[in-house]
Structures are given as structure tokens and as C-alpha cells.
Ligand binder design. Structure first.
Ligand code: BG6
Length: 438
């Protein structure tokens, strides 16, 4: 039996309730060789049954026996993130209960506390350098370059990089993990994966939902920091990097860094959905963007001259995350490789074919639907993510230098002072004129 103690900071928060606790339950249900002791920690007085009741509403699958069993493994301890004494008593509590030296400490806490929590974890010995104690930091990792660097410094002072996971849950989505496979395991794409053949690339993560009671957080961050800095840039990097020497996180990070350093934002437009200012915990004269549309270039030999259109936004007409690689075409329809991330995941390749009677050339598509061929693509991304931490697979984690470079890109965009326009909910959001978007 593979036993772990999971210490969940922020156990009373939204992410814990909606994703982390349900995913821990699914993990146990699907992996009979795993066993957890889960200790939730947060500042609220909340009790265990309250937390579990709320999380239960978000389970994808459920059976009473396994849920009852799960409930028995879950404990809660009230803790002030800034109070070392609370950590010391948490450590005592954990060591009395735990049956394994393996600890996973998941910080689903506000990023402002990351440095302090890291230090307190070390000082209380909840996490010990080079022990089998892994620490996962939920995004956002900082709120700008300076804060991100400070957190990285706190980590470096107390722990080894091999103990650290900087989470981006998009890196665990079935099709996102397949981008490198499609590109580097097959031989047909790499020769044409460049500016000689590709006209432009679109990456879009659009959502129909609004900010869902996250006003306090969202109004400080906005779409650039909430989604663009991490999910969009990570997808972009996987599509554009050169083949890493090996499939380790270290070699992937080297290539991602090269791309981020050469990424130039040429133009863009920001948007805010009509009604955003009336959301709770949002300032009445907020200038926070809920939508981003950017045109970018990557100044490398492979990508010179190719336009990248990068979009994300809330309250749009469609719920979808995808990328389109649009090939050059003169006479006929362009070949397009669509990387569909969600809700349906797969690869769709648009080609041209001919009808034999009238000899007309028309576009056809070759589809790989993940679900149809391989079964459901969820386990939920948080279930995959927790499993990867258990398996010590760092490919789902963003390295310190890559995450700092991503913040540098945000700082440059902020300096551009892009226009902010109000858009109507349930529309596609504002776009720059003269884009080739299809
Ligand atoms: C999160 C953002 O990281 O990703 C949310 O904070 C966003 O604002 C979410 O809604 C989108 O993720 P998914 O997996 O639902 O597409």
C-alpha cells in the first residue's frame, strides 16, 4: 500500500471544495493501492463535516461505501497562515496520526502568503529539506515579477527544487500533454512546423462563466494574470518549442525559456464584460480586464513572421479551449490542425478533397476524438495532477525561471497600456481589426 499524508492548506476555500477534495476522493476510488491521511488546514473555525458536505456536492462519481471510508481519513485543523505556533501544533497533530513518512503539502492559499507559509513549514518541520516532503503551490504564483522572485527565493532558502511543484492544471489536460507527442513522436508535422508552411496560430481559452464570486481575487488579477500568464503561455510554449533533448522538466524548461525570451507582443485589446463592476467585491470603477486579445510574434528562425493570436475571456458566447495551427494556402482552403482541449478534446486535421462527379475541391476533416477512442478524458485534471505529484512527475510543474519569464511578459504587456473596451456578455469579445482569425 502506497501511503501519503496530504496536508491541504486552504481546505475551506473554493478550489478545495470544488476540485481538490473531490479529486482526492476519486483518486482513492480509482487506485486501490493508494491510501491517504488528509489534513485540511485553514484559518476558519470550520469543522470537518462541514467541509466534506460542501465537497460532496462536487463529486463526479459517488458511492456511499467509498465516501464513508474517505470521510474517516479526513481531519481539519484551524491554522493562521502567519502564526508559527499553529504550525508547530499542526506538526504534532500530523505526526501523531500519520502512518507514512511521505507528505504532500498542497498550498491552495492566497499567493501573498506563499513565502510566509514556506518559511513556517520549514521552521515547524512540517516540511523538511530533502525528506520525502513535496510542496505544491497552486497558481497564481505571485502577482508580479518581484513577488514571484521573492517566493522562489523563500523556496530556495528552505527546500530543494526537486520537492517543489508550481501547479498549472492545464499541463495535465489530456490533449495538452499530447501536444508534444503529436509534434515529436510523429514524423509528419515537424518538417512543416515553421514559418515556411504555417500562416498563423490561434490559441483561445474562452469561457461562458463570469467571475463566480471570486471578485476579491479577480479584481486584483484580471484575465492577463489569471489565465494568460499561465495557461495560455504554457500552451503556446508547447506548440512552439524546439524538441527538448529529453522529456524531463529541465529540458522542456530550457526550450520554453527560449520561446518566452523571444516572444514579442505586437498589439492587443483588453475588454471588460458589461456588468462586471456590479459583481460583488469588485470596485465600482474597476479597470480590470476580463478579456484579452493579443497579437504576438516569436522572433526565432522557426517562427519569424508568423502571427500568433492569443485570446482569453469570461462571459463569452462559447465555452472552449483550443489552438488552431493554420497553414498557408493560395487557391484552396488552408490545412488547419485544431488542438481541441475542452470541452471536447482531440485533434482535427482539415484537408482538401475532391468530389468525383463535379471535381470540386472542398475541405474535409480527419478527427481524433479522445473520448470516442480512449474513453473519458477526465479523470478531472486535478485528479491527474495529484497523481503526478504522487508519482513525482515534474512535467506538470512550471520551473522557477520559466515562471519568472512569464511574469516579465506580463510586465511588458502592462506597460503597453492597451485600450480597455466594454463588451456585451455572450458575444465573442472585441478583436483587433485586420486579423486572419478563422
Ligand atoms: C483557472 C482560472 O486557473 O482556470 C479560472 O483561475 C478559469 O478563472 C479556469 O476559469 C479555467 O480552467 P478550466 O479547467 O475550467 O478550463
Amino acid at each position: 500500500m502506497n501511503k501519503y499524508t496530504i496536508i491541504l492548506f486552504g481546505a475551506t476555500g473554493n478550489l478545495a471544495k470544488r476540485k481538490l477534495i473531490p479529486s482526492l476522493y476519486s483518486l482513492l476510488r480509482h487506485n486501490k493501492d493508494l491510501d491517504f491521511l488528509i489534513i485540511g488546514a485553514a484559518k476558519d473555525k470550520n469543522n470537518t463535516s462541514d467541509i466534506l458536505k460542501k465537497a460532496k456536492e462536487h463529486l463526479i462519481e459517488y458511492d456511499e461505501v467509498s465516501w464513508k471510508n474517505f470521510e474517516k481519513k479526513f481531519y481539519y485543523k484551524q491554522l493562521d497562515f502567519e502564526n508559527l505556533q499553529d504550525y508547530i501544533s499542526l506538526e504534532k497533530f500530523v505526526s501523531k496520526l500519520e502512518k507514512s513518512p511521505k507528505r504532500i503539502i498542497y498550498l491552495s492559499a492566497p499567493t501573498d502568503f506563499f513565502c510566509g507559509i514556506t518559511q513556517n513549514l520549514a521552521d515547524s518541520k512540517i516540511a523538511i529539506k530533502n525528506a520525502d516532503h513535496r510542496i505544491a503551490y497552486e497558481k497564481p504564483f505571485g502577482w508580479d515579477l518581484k513577488s514571484c522572485k521573492e517566493i522562489n527565493k523563500c523556496i530556495k532558502k528552505n527546500f530543494s527544487e526537486s520537492q517543489i511543484f508550481r501547479i498549472d492544471h492545464y499541463l495535465t489536460k489530456a490533449i495538452v500533454t499530447n501536444i508534444s507527442i503529436i509534434r515529436f513522436v510523429n514524423t509528419i508535422f515537424e518538417p512543416t512546423w515553421n514559418n515556411k508552411y504555417i500562416d498563423h496560430i490561434e490559441i483561445s481559452l474562452s469561457e461562458t462563466i463570469g467571475i463566480e464570486n471570486r471578485g476579491k481575487f479577480y479584481d486584483k488579477y484580471g484575465a492577463l494574470k489569471d489565465v494568460f500568464q499561465n495557461h495560455i503561455l504554457q500552451i503556446l510554449s508547447l506548440i512552439t518549442i524546439d524538441k527538448p533533448k529529453t522529456d524531463t522538466q529541465k529540458d522542456f524548461a530550457k526550450e520554453k525559456l527560449k520561446i518566452f525570451k523571444k516572444l514579442v507582443i505586437k498589439d492587443g485589446i483588453l475588454g471588460q464584460y458589461d456588468g462586471y463592476k456590479n459583481e460583488s467585491d469588485v470596485s465600482k470603477n474597476s479597470k480590470t480586464e476580463t478579456y484579452v486579445f493579443l497579437k504576438a510574434h516569436i522572433n526565432t528562425k522557426r517562427w519569424n513572421g508568423v502571427n500568433f493570436y492569443l485570446t482569453t475571456g469570461k462571459k463569452l458566447s462559447q465555452q472552449k479551449a483550443l489552438a488552431k495551427i493554420v497553414y498557408k494556402a493560395d487557391k484552396y482552403h488552408p490545412n488547419v490542425l485544431t488542438i481541441a482541449i475542452s470541452p471536447d478534446s482531440g485533434f482535427i486535421l482539415q484537408l482538401n478533397a475532391q468530389k468525383s462527379d463535379d471535381k470540386k475541391i472542398f475541405p474535409i476533416s480527419m478527427d481524433f476524438c479522445y473520448r470516442c477512442l480512449l474513453g473519458p478524458d477526465s479523470p478531472h485534471s486535478y485528479e491527474v495532477l495529484l497523481k503526478e505529484i504522487i508519482d513525482n512527475n515534474h512535467n506538470i510543474s512550471v520551473s522557477s525561471d520559466v515562471i519568472e519569464q512569464a511574469w516579465k511578459i506580463i510586465e511588458k504587456i502592462k506597460k503597453m497600456k492597451l485600450p480597455l473596451v466594454i463588451y456585451k456578455p455572450n458575444t465573442q469579445g472585441p478583436r483587433l481589426k485586420e486579423t486572419e482569425i478563422i
